[in-house]
Design a protein around this ligand. Structure first.
Ligand code: OSB
Ligand code: MG
Length: 367
């Protein structure tokens, strides 16, 4: 397969409610979409990078620049197949989110041309999945309880509360006390704590959490391992894991017993599958994280989350939890589950009128 050109498209999707985490507040998802044109047809993907380099060192304009300036030119000369993309980009350091978007668009085009779904290609074993919801920090506990109540009524199988110093024990206690012991509840700190907070975090043990996600800095595996040794709640890593090698290192150090796999954060769906495989080999459960994806990223994440080791519900919520209008047809919960797209490639394509309405800029990178 030969690459003929790449379109980069900026879209802006207003969120139905602001999403506040320890990293900041988001009201709009500005996303970068990638469309590859090849001699065998086209493919789509979305880049996980956000406007600002807060969750990750990558950011949207930087991702667009590295794709335009380095990634696409490195792919023009080669005979493309999904497994050839990462090796062709290996001499370029970092930029895993940009690389993931390009690889996924190639994967979509290649699978589409062969009539194979991403789910089948990756080794999916389920056709629909129970999913979770990530709940931002709110101004009041009452507002949090209302939000959680709505999500549980909608059928979500797991609720994740964003926490930060000053918004942790009390909201968690109130949610647990209000909704009972049977709700699968987790927390995500997005690196907001310091190692000296370990004793405070250990108090979360009282609330039967299924995990605490990424309390400390991405590069501080040691602090996570020390916390793991002093609390009963399982530690899950998100920001710390950017490759299968990172995953093995973290597991060996005892820094986590669960991994949040986000394809963008690890360089793509093929590396994501490798992390799934090494986690399974070590007996660790994994789940699919989210980056407030549009329907393009959501479709692909559902395919990944249908692999057998994804035994915990992912941050893959219904479209209505994020957006009133998306670039694809909406994903809806049916009996608390989302269907895994079964069509060729990622299984969805943008709806032309929605795509046009949400687009803020486009750019064509010719061969
Ligand atoms: O830490 O998991 C995170 C969104 C943006 C950046 C980081 C994270 C998140 C979420 C939302 O928690 C997950 C979703 O897409 O529903
Ligand atoms: Mg997280």
């Amino acid at each position: 397969m030969k690459l003929e050109g790449v379109e980069l498209r900026r879209v802006a999707l207003p969120l139905v409610t602001p999403f506040r985490t320890s990293l900041g507040t988001q009201t709009v998802r500005d996303a970068l979409l990638v469309r590859v044109a090849t001699d065998e047809g086209e493919g789509w993907a979305e880049c996980a990078a956000e406007d600002d380099p807060t969750y990750s060192p990558e950011y949207l304009e930087g991702a667009a620049d590295v794709i335009r300036r380095f990634l696409v030119p490195a792919l023009f000369p080669i005979d493309l197949d999904p497994a050839a993309v990462a090796p062709a980009l290996r001499h370029l350091r970092g930029h895993v989110m940009a690389k993931s978007a390009v690889e996924t668009a190639v994967l979509d085009a290649w699978l589409r041309a062969r009539g194979v779904s991403l789910a089948a290609y990756l080794g999916a074993v389920r056709r629909s999945l129970p999913v979770g919801v990530s709940v931002g920090i709110t101004d009041t506990i009452d507002e949090l309880l209302d939000t959680v109540d709505r999500h549980l009524a909608a059928g979500y199988a797991r609720v994740k509360l964003k926490i930060e110093p000053g918004w942790d024990l009390e909201p968690v206690a109130r949610v647990r006390e209000t909704f009972g012991a049977d709700v699968m509840l987790t927390v995500d700190a997005n690196t907001a704590y310091r190692p000296a907070d370990a004793r405070h975090l250990a108090e979360l043990d009282a609330y039967g959490l299924a995990m605490i996600e990424q309390p400390f800095a991405p590069d501080d595996l040691h602090a996570h391992a020390r916390l793991a040794a002093m609390i009963g709640t399982p530690i899950c890593l998100d920001e710390s894991i950017t490759s299968a090698r990172d995953a093995v290192t973290a597991i060996r150090q005892g820094a986590c017993s669960i991994i949040n796999i986000k394809p963008g954060r690890v360089g793509g769906y093929l590396e994501a599958r490798r992390i799934h495989d090494v986690a399974a080999a070590h007996g660790l459960p994994v789940w699919c994280g989210g980056m407030l994806e549009t329907g393009l990223g959501r479709a692909a994440n559902l395919a990944l989350a249908a692999l057998p080791g994804f035994t915990l519900p992912g941050d893959i919520s219904a479209t209505a939890r994020y957006y009133e209008r998306d670039v694809t047809a909406p994903f809806t919960l049916v009996n608390g589950e989302l269907a895994v797209p079964a069509g060729p490639g990622i299984g969805v394509t943008p709806e032309p009128s929605d795509l046009e309405a949400l687009t803020t800029a486009t750019e064509w990178i010719p061969a």
